[in-house]
Design a binder for this molecule. Structure first.
Ligand SMILES: [Zn+2]
Ligand SMILES: [Zn+2]
Length: 171
């Protein structure tokens, strides 16, 4: 599927794309059981501006920061952008919202919309700042490296025997 669309191909009535393959996603995030789904609509606003509206649904594979295990997370993202070429910063300075309100304006380097590129950026923005398989993830033992979600390790028993652990109980 060709997903680079020149401004000249986009009309006022718009073009719609359904993206169901995952080639735009970095392999590390891919989850074989659920393909990503994206819906993108491009509408010509003027010779230099295209409006993009889209939805993205992905079940992404991430690695937990604490226990280093893979886990899956559903990502849902909606986007609306004005894609502009050439950049019209000088115009925006005069007419602050350009008639598009709060919509984000992206300046492109060529008059061409690269849908894969936009999905990739949108996906990365939608990822959580911290990767945790669960809020309660116990992580790895700092001494022996065992995954504490799955098993206890001897180090923990050692700690409980220490005088400090006994003191803690009296608090
Ligand atoms: Zn974890
Ligand atoms: Zn341990």
């Amino acid at each position: 599927m060709r997903l680079q669309i020149n401004f000249t191909e986009i009309s006022e009535s718009g073009l719609k794309y359904e993206v169901t393959d995952s080639s735009w996603m970095s392999g590390a995030y891919q989850n074989d059981d659920a393909k990503p789904y994206a819906h993108v609509e491009l509408v010509k606003k003027s010779h230099t501006e295209i409006e993009l509206r889209g939805k993205l649904d992905v079940t992404a594979r991430l690695v937990c920061d604490r226990c280093l295990e893979d886990y899956l997370i559903p990502i849902h993202s909606e986007m609306t952008f004005i894609l502009q070429y050439p950049s019209q910063d000088h115009l925006r300075a005069l007419n602050v919202d350009g008639g598009f309100g709060e919509v984000e304006i992206l300046s492109l380097e060529t008059p061409q919309v690269d849908i894969e590129d936009i999905l990739r950026q949108q996906f990365l923005l939608a990822l959580p700042v911290k990767n945790l398989c669960s809020k309660k993830c116990k992580g790895l033992c700092s001494q022996c490296g065992v995954n504490l979600n799955k098993s206890r390790c001897p180090c923990l028993a050692e700690k409980e025997k220490s005088p400090f652990a006994v003191l803690a109980k009296f608090k």
